[in-house]
Design a protein around this ligand. Structure first.
Ligand code: NAP
Length: 342
């Protein structure tokens, strides 16, 4: 019943933590059945301190438990309304077992009311009943939170007066979701590393694919940059080389987390993309049901094109620790989706 904790300052190194022990009144024990590992999880770890991602699942001093998205089943419960055998989708520790304190329990799920999670964004504290509505569970683990972000980014940029979207880390799943949704409405340019250029071209979501050293060749007269890379050199290249054509700049990710970053840039001031704000605006305009319907339809269109994805199952402590270390080192095949179980 292992939980893997990453070493702060040497994230690729993991330590196996023992079982959390007996549960108390109000708590439930969940067996984590499977979860995705993508660069997004590395970003959680990189920003464990400054964005409080280490607070979700407290770890011994000098370590952090990486949050992951996936499915878990209740195997013991002392929480009202939570029964053994129920399954939920949500935010779990990178481990085999999780002890949560379910509150606000209803047919629509529950919130983890553990004291250490108070004040953290509600989106991450909420657990939804397992449902086939998003399709295959491996696809849900890999894409459900990422595609929701892609959809919200697409909602944001769709209304902007720009003819071109420029996406860095174009081979990442979150960028691919944006590109697929936006293609045909705006000209979509992907910036990627030389090794992933072929993949980005063949997938067909981009109108133009360039390597990071070809920024000057970006087409388009009015451009919005959406940065998934967090790479200071790339960001600075985009702001400098595109000059007046760059109209806005959005910061979403930090895949190139080992590259130094910079905020001293010419042109538009980069805006930190904050999904809950965009979601609130959309829900206010469309209503909760209208929002869910539009998200579901967009997801359906994306999922219908996802035959390029190869799901790779990784099972057991050693194999998951190795997959995590490779992810931290940036050894990622963008065509592969890792679904892990401990
Ligand atoms: N703000 C939000 O709400 C939000 C929500 C979802 C995701 N995100 C962020 O979006 C980013 C993408 O996440 P994802 O899960 O979609 O990624 P993913 O599919 O796992 O992306 C893999 C790609 O990221 C780049 N990459 C990953 N690690 C790297 C490394 N160490 N060095 C250099 N390049 C590396 C490579 O792309 P290239 O070769 O094309 O650069 C690689 O093909 C993450 O930073 C994530 O946190 C943010």
């Amino acid at each position: 019943m292992t939980t893997l904790a990453a070493r702060v300052g040497a994230l690729a190194e993991t330590t196996a933590l023992p079982d959390p022990g007996p549960i108390a009144d109000g708590e439930a024990r969940f067996l984590v059945e499977h979860f995705a590992l993508t660069a997004n999880n590395v970003t959680y770890a990189v920003h464990g301190e400054d964005f409080a991602y280490w607070r979700f699942f407290p770890a011994p001093e000098g370590h952090g438990i990486v949050p992951v998205w996936g499915f878990a089943r209740v195997n013991e419960s002392k929480a009202d309304g939570i029964s053994v055998g129920q399954r939920f989708f949500g935010y779990w520790p990178m481990g085999a077992v999780a002890v949560l304190t379910p509150v606000q329990v209803s047919a629509h799920g529950f919130t983890d009311g553990a004291a250490h999670r108070s004040g953290l964004p509600p989106f991450y504290n909420r657990y939804n009943p397992a449902s086939p509505a998003w399709g295959d569970e491996a696809l849900q683990c890999l894409f459900r939170p990422l595609y929701a972000t892609s959809f919200l980014i697409d909602c944001l940029v769709a209304s902007r007066p720009v003819d071109t979207l420029l996406l860095s880390s174009a081979s990442s799943k979150t960028a691919l979701g944006v590109a697929q949704a936006a293609k045909g409405r705006q000209f979509v340019v992907g910036l990627t590393s030389p090794a992933n250029r072929d993949f980005c071209e063949k997938i067909g979501y981009y109108d133009q694919v360039l390597s990071y050293n070809e920024i000057a060749s970006v087409a388009g007269e009015t451009i919005a940059f959406v940065d998934f890379s967090g790479n200071g050199g790339v960001r600075s290249g985009v702001h400098t080389l595109l000059g007046e054509r760059l109209k806005e700049s959005h910061i979403v990710g930090d895949t190139h987390w080992e590259s130094p970053n910079t905020n001293e840039l010419p042109g538009p001031v980069p805006q930190l993309f904050f999904a809950p704000t965009v979601a609130q605006d959309r829900v206010a305009e469309w209503g909760p049901a209208g929002f869910e319907q539009r998200l579901g339809e967009a997801w359906g269109r994306f999922a219908a094109t996802s035959s390029w994805l190869r799901v790779e199952r990784v099972t057991g402590d050693a194999a998951v620790a190795k997959a995590w270390a490779e992810l931290v080192d940036g050894r990622i095949d963008p065509a592969v989706g890792i679904v892990a179980a401990l």
